[in-house]
Ligand binder design. Structure first.
Ligand SMILES: O=C(O)c1ccccc1NCC(=O)[C@H](O)[C@H](O)COP(=O)(O)O
Length: 200
């Protein structure tokens, strides 16, 4: 069954609902995000949920990010240089590595696949844009640990499920307003994923 990551969680009550309906709970601790929370929020959330938490960062040294919270996963939402990819290998930590959905990053995608065993999130090159589904379709077939995010909503989720990714990743599409999640949308997304499995 396709897994779900609800991301941009910044309220405890949203984390509790996410824990009941998703497989991963993403918390963005980078000030660049309107959903930004301090890393300490992750340690509080972990007292309320029974699913792994993902610490999402754009900037920052990998060593600092790995050590700043008790999150089970670290998601580095930027393209890494070769030194950073080598550095990642030295940590006994689960990572989600962002790869922009563009042909020009195919060699980067293959480098991550060949050098690491980590999860890969294919996402739009620019936040707020829709991920490139054609590129995603090809890459998902090449590696079985690829998730997809970037513009997923209740109205278009079937386009993403049809690619059969390892997981779908949603932040803005499950919100009432920036940073506050809509619990009904979260539940309905989970229901659609569950229904999708039944029609396969
Ligand atoms: O969610 C954010 O606010 C965010 C900000 C900056 C970098 C990454 C961010 N989220 C990372 C995720 O994994 C999102 O779930 C993914 O990009 C999909 O986001 P959306 O298109 O808003 O559903």
């Amino acid at each position: 069954m396709i897994k779900i990551k609800f991301c941009g969680i910044s309220h405890i009550e949203d984390a509790i609902v996410a824990s009941n309906y998703a497989d991963l709970i993403g918390v963005v601790t980078d000030p660049i995000s309107p959903r930004f929370v301090k890393p300490e929020f992750i340690d509080i959330v972990k007292n309320f949920v029974n699913k792994p938490v993902v610490n999402v960062k754009v900037k920052g040294k990998i060593n600092d990010i790995v050590n700043e919270s008790k999150a089970e996963y670290v998601q580095i939402h930027r393209v890494l240089d070769m030194e950073e990819i080598e550095d990642i290998l030295s940590y006994n930590k689960k990572f989600i590595l962002y790869v922009p959905s563009s042909e020009k990053y195919y060699s980067y995608f293959k480098t991550i696949v060949n050098k690491t065993n980590h999860l890969i999130l294919i996402d739009s090159e620019k936040k707020g844009e829709k991920v490139n589904l054609e590129v995603s379709k090809i890459w998902i077939k090449e590696y079985d640990k690829v998730g997809i995010g970037g513009g997923i909503t209740l109205n278009n989720i079937e386009e993403f499920l049809s690619l059969n990714p390892y997981w779908i990743d949603i932040s803005s599409g499950i919100e009432k307003y920036k940073s506050k999640k809509d619990h009904d949308k979260m539940i309905r997304i989970a229901e659609k994923v569950k229904e999708w499995k039944s029609i396969l």
